[in-house]
Each structure stands twice: as structure tokens, then as C-alpha cells.
Design a protein around this ligand. Structure first.
Ligand SMILES: [Zn+2]
Length: 616
């Protein structure tokens, strides 16, 4: 190519020069625009080379007007604080990718439909770990690995399980007199049940059908029905506490009963069953109450939930229990409508039978358990991090697909990674994507991470968790000192997505909470906040009611709301990119010495922390 001929090119090139130079200068302040100026940055020599050939003496860069974005602080719109963060063209490409080519629903569909519920230590969770890693590799991320955080003694895989109500037909004429063994023809299936049982407990050896006997409430009543108890499903009276609408209490009392029977069956002392000393007397009384039922050879207990949901949780001491030592005595939790149906059939004098087929596969390990990790390495400060995360594990009750707890947060995390790669983002600091596991059992993967990577914690600018369901990422609680950076980082995504129900724009509201980090939402970020690392649990804003799917049989793909998840994945991508390009790390707050005030994780009793951890 000749010069003269090149004049037009030159002009173009001449035109390009100021831009390239600006980009070079811009990169000194914010992250370079990978697509165009990257080469400029990398090839500063390159444009300089061409520059040396043709470029006039460097001219003062003309400041390109940074797009004016609107931030929301305390619910009020304000001009986004002018802090140089990501390259506006990269941000534009991230928004374009997130708005027009978003794949978050493809990830969520695969997780829920192809893999299903993902209990810690289960086969399905391991498949999800591997699948997620393969996607991160496919999108070009670096350092993709399975981060082993521990082991579980036994693998529990809940197979397809069923439960149903049968009414026994009265035999007529000669049939009646014949007596003899019960035949299928004697039963009419009248209702499928929605139910759950505790994870890490044994199931049935095939379908088990038995008469329903209401649990006697006195010794006399017990004497009256004891001949019917062998092989029977004993229906516990429903305990409806006015105002209580969640699982609290249901799980632990069910776990207590299953453990009490286990203790009776195996002759294990109460103190060796992980029962708190303060509860030993009550537990022994429970053992005594249940002993006669074991002796009577019942099929199991059936208890009612508080409404049409059934919640799934685990038996205590699940982690150290070998398969062969796990409880074998069954308790099934059914929905209140199912309970009412059974109860009224009995009241009508029907001969009600239940049949459960609980296919629980149990294999003694140990089995390693992992967080899945992937990076977009920083170009200038690769040892500094912004973490985008959500937990991949879920509860595994029959019917659940682990969708909104937490397939949504996992898919949002994965899509944020894909969007950034597709947009060619080159952040200054490393953006790390983590899919935690063991969250439902006490933030186990995250707590192990902060232990093992304690030396890197002061280089983490911020850690984000999406674990509040399918709603949009609508806000962040932070200290006053963090407001400007978070407002600037999130502003570009405001008013880019809209709620299809009311057409309203989706926005991220920054909520300052004073000088200390408030502990909101019991999820993996709590392990970081407890170490003084800015850990954020996204406020989830939208029309979805989180409690519908939270640990229940309703946690399926149907609950997902795509427009919110597209916003959330794009918001996570933008926020991470901007903070990874920001002049500095997010400011920290004064943490109290452990044991005093908020944030000192060691202050709260183990049960409370586990209960809180189980609360999300
Ligand atoms: Zn969760």
C-alpha cells in the first residue's frame, strides 16, 4: 500500500490516530476496549509503530464524553458518580449481548431439566459441577477447575419416588367370607400424594402399602389400635401453628423423630446422636414415646406440612454417617391438603391405605465435594479479584428441580461469564466466577474457601451472591463509603430491562447502611463478610414469591421469570467488569474483634448459624 494511495486510509488512519491515542490514554485509567483499542493498548507500539511512520507528534487526548448513566441511591435517581471504571464501548457490548443474545434460560433449562435437583455429594451435583466447568471452558475462561472443599461420608441419590392413597373396597357376598390375602383388586387408587422425606435416610425396598392408622393420643387409644399397627402408616396429628408458614420446626422435629427411632433401633445412646445436652431429656421422652411403634412393626410415620408445600431438609449428622448406619425408620411429610383428604376419608369410615415407593440410593464413600471456579484474568492486577457467585447445590425433594434455589443464581453467574467473554471484556483485575456447593448444609463450600484462601482475602474488592430466586437484581446493601463505587458500577444496567407485568424499568438501588456491613440474607457471602471482605447478597426485586419454591416440591422451571434473569446476568457482568476496572478496591469497614457485635461469626451458636444458612 503506497502513501499517496493511502491518503484516504491515512485520513482514516489519521482519524483513527486520535481515537487510538485516546484509547491508550483511557486504558491508563479504565479497562481498555478489547475489540478496537485493545490492539492499540497492546500494540501501543503498533499504532506507535504506524504512528512513527505517519503519526504527528502526540496531541492532548480529547476526553470522550463518558455516557451519562443514572444511578439509584436510597431509591432516588442521581447522575452516576464519575469514577473511571470500565471502557464505555465494552460496557455497550456487554449490554448489547445481555439484552439481545442472553442465554441464561438455556443454562437454567439444562440444570433443571437435564440434571435436576443437586444435593451436596450427590451424583447429579457432580454432573452439574462437570457441566458448568465444560461451559466455562467452551466460553474461553481460564483457570477452570473443581475446587475441592471437603468430603462426604456417604453419597445420597434420591431416585424417582411415589406416594398414593388407596381406598380398600369392601368385599361383597362370597368374596367377603373368603378372607385370605389382600389382592390389588381390593384397592382403588384415589389420589397421588405430594411429599418429602429427610435427605440421607434410607427409603423403602420397593412399594410399601399399608393401612392408615391415626396416631393414638393416649395409652388407652394405643391399646385399642395396637393390633392394626403392624405394617401400618401411622398418621401424626397435623400441628398447625397460626402464623407459622415456613418450614422452621418441621424439619428439625422430623429429624428428631427419625433420629429417636434410629437410636431405639440401633441402641445408640442419645448423647451419641448429636443431640444437644440441653435437649437430652426431651429427646429421651421422644424415644420412649416412639418405642412401642417400632415394636409394633409399623411401616412408618406420616406427618402433615403447614400448607400445600412440603419442605425438604436433612437428618442431622448427615455428613459423618455411613450408608449402612443411616436411619432406616421412615417418616414422610405430606401436604396439608393431602392430610385433610386422608383424614376426612377416615372420618367417612373408609378403609384408607397409603403406598410409598421411596427409591433412595445410598453409597458409602468418601466422596469429594467441590466448588466450580473459573476466571477472566486481570490484565493489570491479576491477583486482585471481583467474585460473582451462587450456590449450585440444592435440596432434592420429590418434584423439585432445584430451580429458584439456586439454579437461578448459578445460571445468572454462568451467563455473566459468557456475556463478558462474548463482549471481549478485558478487566484490569481478575473476575472470578464461583459455583459453591454445601451451601444448604451450612455454607460449607464458601466457609472452606475463605479458610483455604485466607491469604488472598485482602485482595478481593467485592464478592457477590445471587441466591434470592428468580427476581431481578434490584439492590445492594452496603456501607456509606461504598456507595459511590457501587452506584457507578451498577448504573449502566439501570433502565435497560423492563418488567413485562407492569412495563416498569428494572433498577439497582444502592442502600447505604452506615459504617458497618449489615449481614443480610444467609448465604455464601456471609462467610466473606465475617472475614471483613465486602460480600453482597443481591436484593431480589420482582413479582415472584420466593417462598413458593424455597426447599419445596414446587421449585421447578415453571417458577423462572426470564426477563428478570436476563437483567440479573447482565447486571452481574456490568458490575463485576466495572469494579474490576475501578481505580481501587471497594473500601472496607471496621470489623469488630470476633465475639462482639455484628459480623463476628464466632459469636452465634452453631444451631443458629445452621438454621440461618438453611434459610436460603
Ligand atoms: Zn439458596
Amino acid at each position: 500500500m503506497t502513501l499517496a494511495a493511502d491518503s484516504s486510509l491515512l485520513r482514516v488512519r489519521a482519524l483513527q490516530l486520535p481515537v487510538a491515542l485516546f484509547a491508550a490514554v483511557a486504558s491508563l485509567t479504565a479497562c481498555a476496549d478489547s475489540r478496537s483499542s485493545e490492539s492499540a493498548v497492546q500494540g501501543r507500539s503498533e499504532p506507535a509503530a504506524t504512528a512513527t511512520a505517519t503519526a504527528p507528534a502526540p496531541v492532548a487526548p480529547t476526553k470522550l464524553a463518558a455516557p451519562t448513566w443514572t444511578a439509584y441511591i436510597r431509591g432516588e435517581p442521581v447522575p452516576a458518580p464519575q469514577i473511571e471504571m470500565g471502557d464505555p464501548r465494552t460496557i455497550k457490548r456487554i449490554l448489547d449481548e445481555g439484552v439481545h443474545r442472553n442465554q441464561v434460560m438455556a443454562h437454567l433449562t439444562h440444570l433443571t431439566q437435564e440434571i435436576g435437583p443437586r444435593l451436596t455429594g450427590s451424583t447429579r451435583l457432580e454432573r452439574a459441577n462437570e457441566w458448568a466447568a465444560s461451559k466455562f471452558r467452551e466460553w474461553g475462561l481460564s483457570n477452570v477447575h473443581q475446587d475441592k472443599w471437603g468430603e462426604v461420608t456417604a453419597r445420597f441419590d434420591r431416585g424417582p419416588s411415589s406416594g398414593a392413597v388407596y381406598l380398600k373396597r369392601a368385599r361383597r357376598g362370597s368374596e367377603g367370607e373368603a378372607g385370605g390375602a389382600e389382592r390389588d383388586a381390593d384397592f382403588r387408587k384415589v389420589r397421588d400424594l405430594q411429599f418429602s422425606t429427610l435427605a440421607w435416610t434410607h427409603g423403602t425396598e420397593g412399594p410399601v402399602r399399608g393401612r392408615v392408622v391415626r396416631m393414638p393420643e393416649s395409652t388407652e387409644e394405643f391399646e385399642a389400635v395396637k393390633d392394626q399397627l403392624n405394617g401400618a402408616w401411622v398418621l401424626r396429628k397435623a400441628v398447625i401453628t397460626p402464623g407459622r408458614t415456613d418450614m422452621r420446626g418441621v424439619g428439625s422435629s422430623m429429624s428428631d423423630r427419625v433420629l429417636a427411632k434410629h437410636g431405639e433401633r440401633t441402641g445408640t445412646a442419645t448423647k451419641d446422636l448429636g443431640v444437644r445436652e440441653a435437649d437430652e431429656d426431651a429427646f429421651d421422652a421422644l424415644r420412649a414415646e416412639l418405642r412401642p411403634y417400632l415394636d409394633a412393626g409399623i411401616a412408618g410415620f406420616v406427618s402433615s406440612s403447614r400448607d400445600d408445600r412440603v419442605w425438604t431438609t436433612s437428618v442431622r449428622r448427615w455428613r459423618e454417617t455411613k450408608a449402612e448406619d443411616a436411619p432406616r425408620d421412615i417418616e414422610v411429610s405430606i401436604t396439608l391438603p393431602d392430610y385433610d383428604y386422608i383424614n376426612s376419608r377416615i372420618a367417612d369410615g373408609e378403609d384408607v391405605h397409603l403406598e410409598f415407593d421411596l427409591r433412595h440410593e445410598f453409597v458409602t464413600g468418601p466422596f469429594a465435594v467441590y466448588n466450580t471456579v473459573a476466571d477472566i484474568p486481570g490484565t493489570e492486577r491479576p491477583d486482585e479479584f471481583v467474585i460473582i457467585s451462587g450456590h449450585l447445590d440444592s435440596w432434592d425433594g420429590p418434584g423439585s428441580q432445584g430451580c429458584t434455589d439456586n439454579g437461578t443464581g448459578s445460571s445468572v453467574t454462568m451467563e455473566a461469564a459468557r456475556i463478558l467473554m462474548a463482549a471481549g471484556a478485558k478487566p484490569k483485575r481478575t473476575i472470578r466466577f464461583i459455583l459453591w456447593t454445601g451451601e444448604e448444609q451450612g455454607l460449607l463450600g464458601a466457609r472452606s474457601y475463605v479458610e483455604r484462601y485466607a491469604s488472598t482475602l485482602d485482595k478481593i474488592s467485592a464478592m457477590f451472591v445471587d441466591d434470592g430466586g428468580t427476581n431481578s437484581q434490584g439492590g445492594l446493601s452496603c456501607t456509606d463509603a461504598m456507595v459511590d463505587m457501587l452506584a457507578a458500577a451498577t448504573a449502566p444496567v439501570n433502565d435497560k430491562f423492563f418488567d413485562s407485568a407492569d412495563g416498569k424499568p428494572l433498577r439497582v438501588n444502592i442502600r447505604p447502611s452506615g459504617t458497618r456491613m449489615q449481614q443480610s440474607g444467609g448465604s455464601d457471602h456471609a462467610a466473606f463478610v465475617a472475614r471483613g471482605v465486602p460480600g453482597f447478597f443481591w436484593d431480589e426485586i420482582g413479582r415472584a414469591e420466593y417462598g413458593r419454591g424455597w426447599h419445596t416440591q414446587f421449585d421447578t422451571l415453571e417458577l423462572a421469570i426470564p426477563e428478570y434473569l436476563k437483567q440479573a446476568s447482565t447486571c452481574s457482568a456490568i458490575t463485576a467488569y466495572n469494579l474490576a476496572c475501578a481505580p481501587g478496591l471497594l473500601p472496607r469497614w471496621q470489623t469488630e474483634p470476633a465475639g462482639e457485635g455484628e459480623g463476628g461469626e464466632r459469636r452465634r451458636p452453631r444451631r443458629d448459624r445452621e438454621a440461618e444458612a438453611a434459610s436460603n
